[in-house]
Design a protein around this ligand. Structure first.
Ligand code: NPW
Ligand code: ADP
Ligand code: K
Length: 511
């Protein structure tokens, strides 16, 4: 699903009005009708106080139009206009008149007036600011927002939590609505998925307000939200007359004394994600445990006992995954240097492999083009430097990817894969995956997909989704706390099955 910028949403608006020969208030009415239907289908006339806080722009206009629908269906409503500017929008004013025609009189909140009482049992509709927010809310508006946040009422935000900008961090973190639920028009907003701004969005849903499909389909976007439909075309089916050679030979290089588990998890994940053959290269201390734990993988060892000093390959693998548990011993750094120089195909670099690159950025020019780097936030910072907010981080990541021609997988609650000027936002995964080794599993999955011939960008987007889905299945079996990285490996097969099953089958299975 495409993620549009605010500017693109305004363009979609304009295009729709011109093509469909409708005025902007018709679009607002469509939006308000969708909001009303969503609420009504859940409340079904329940007697509950609904307090609507409406700004003076089009987001406020949506709220005012929604109030009219709610009143027509006998809901108990109270409408507050948050009077933060004299510049009221045309459609806000039109809907205010329509409200007054029905003898509904909002109260006007301004700098001097107090704030209305909000009971924890009320429902608050937050329509103060939408995507037009372009500066910090005034202090009194920020305090009203804080007052709503403190109320413990269910807060339903229209389009976006008020006070949350679409393209930067909030000016003041307390001046943003902490939404219980966001009903966002037509397209999700990038801010919903980033760690600094996603915290204001508990749950979200898209309402189709009828923006023109021709525009939506044709527009190039900077970010895409990745769900099952985006993955299906990337999948490479297993062929009847295939053999293990068809699915590639992967080499996993990693491990050091006390960190053999990392490479064990990664190589197990590599094999389980479908690689035909997996060889592991470890220091000697890893030999016995690997041979015992994973009879399916082949093991090569370094001449050194505790860490890797030179990667000798008696064969040419399809791809290499390097870095998990490898450490940063001087000799290991030399081995890493030689490996990236010698190997010419896209590879996966994780963990200490990334730290070595951060220590010696000159090595980046030797990393094969289209390799996949999988940093968590700290490793990313070491690689690309500090950022001011998540939005700047993504811009810096795009510049880094473009400069070095590599695929960057920025791990997090919503992992974002960046290649050149485009980002792919993942939708699977859960806090149970915040556990030792889950990143090693991802490195293994991505290496396994590269071995099978997936294009590097496809491998990254597909693998990140699959890994998160396996994590979600694991969480459903074990709960968040008990989830371990090895559970994620164990559920990769089920993740493939769920990913590939049509929606009906999946529902039937759940029932
Ligand atoms: N296609 C769609 O999706 C549709 C979208 N629709 C709805 O429209 C919403 C966008 O509406 P909007 O453009 O009128 O902006 P909104 O957020 O209401 O702000 C109002 C104005 O406030 C101002 N302002 C900004 N920051 C400020 C501040 N800190 N303190 C004080 N003032 C501030 C700024 O004006 P300025 O003063 O800068 O000229 C701004 O224009 C969108 O979220 C959705 O709900 C639907 O109706 C139908 C179709
Ligand atoms: N809160 C979370 N929600 C979803 N996924 C998460 C969360 N926390 C961590 N993950 C995922 O778990 C993995 C953690 O990787 P990493 O930090 O490298 O762990 P490790 O170094 O222990 O292997 C990443 O794929 C990340 O996206
Ligand atoms: K809002």
């Amino acid at each position: 699903m495409k993620i549009f910028s605010a500017q693109q949403i305004y363009q979609a608006d304009k295009f729709t009005m011109e093509k469909q020969q409708i005025t902007s208030d018709v679009l607002m009415e469509q939006a308000a009708t969708k909001l009303f239907e969503w609420i009504h289908s859940r409340l079904r006339g329940t007697s509950v106080n609904i307090q609507l806080f409406c700004g003076i722009g089009n987001n406020g206009g949506d709220g005012i139009a929604l109030a009219r629908h709610l009143q027509e269906h006998d809901y108990s409503i109270k409408v507050h206009v948050v009077n933060y500017s004299e510049k009221r929008s045309k459609d806000f004013l039109l809907n205010l008149e329509r409200l007054k025609d029905r003898k509904i009189w909002p109260d006007f909140i301004n700098e001097e007036s107090g704030f209305p009482e909000i009971s924890p049992n009320d429902i608050v509709v937050d329509a103060i600011f939408g995507i037009g927010l372009n500066r910090s809310p005034d202090d009194w508006v920020g305090q009203l927002i804080a007052h709503i946040n403190a109320s413990q009422a269910f807060v339903l935000s229209v389009d976006i939590p008020s006070g949350l900008p679409t393209n930067r961090a909030p000016w003041d973190p307390d001046y943003v609505i902490e939404a219980s639920y966001v009903l966002s028009f037509q397209v999700p907003k990038l801010a919903f998925f980033l760690p600094g701004t996603g915290v204001y969005v508990n749950q979200w849903e898209i309402l189709d307000i009828g923006l023109d499909p021709e525009f939506l389909n044709g527009e190039e976007v900077a970010y895409e939200l990745i769900g099952k439909p985006e993955l299906w075309p990337l999948y490479k089916p297993r062929l009847k007359f295939s053999h293990k050679g068809t699915y590639g030979h992967a080499l996993m290089v990693g491990g050091s004394h006390g960190k053999i588990g990392a490479v064990q998890l990664a190589s197990n994940a590599c094999l389980t994600s479908g690689a035909g053959l997996v060889t592991v290269f470890v220091p000697q201390c890893g030999y016995h445990s690997l041979q015992t734990a994973l009879p399916e993988v082949m093991v090569l060892t370094d001449k050194e006992h505790d860490f890797i000093t030179e990667v000798n390959m008696p064969f040419v693998p399809e791809t290499v995954g390097v870095g998990v548990g490898i450490g940063t011993n001087e000799k290991t750094i030399t081995a890493f240097k030689n490996l990236v120089k010698y190997f010419k195909e896209p590879m996966v670099v994780d963990a200490d492999g990334l730290n070595i690159l951060a220590l010696q950025p000159k090595l980046l020019k030797d990393v094969p083009a289209l390799s996949i780097l999988t940093p968590h936030p700290k490793e990313l910072e070491r690689l690309i430097g500090a950022w001011k907010d998540d939005f700047e981080k993504l811009e810096m990541a795009k510049a880094f990817s473009t400069k070095h021609d590599i695929v960057l997988v920025i791990k997090g609650a919503h992992t974002v894969t960046v290649y050149k000027d485009k980002g792919y936002v993942n939708t699977t995964g859960n806090p149970g995956m915040a556990t030792a080794g889950s990143g090693d599993v991802l490195a293994g999955v991505l290496t396994g997909l590269l071995a099978q011939g997936y294009e590097p960008l496809h491998a990254a987007v597909f693998g990140v989704y699959l890994h998160g889905l396996a994590g979600d299945i694991s969480a459903s079996q074990k709960g968040y706390e008990a989830l371990k990285a090895s559970d994620i490996v164990g559920n990769l097969g089920e993740a493939y099955k769920q990913l590939l099953s049509p929606p009906e089958t999946e529902n039937a299975e759940r029932e």
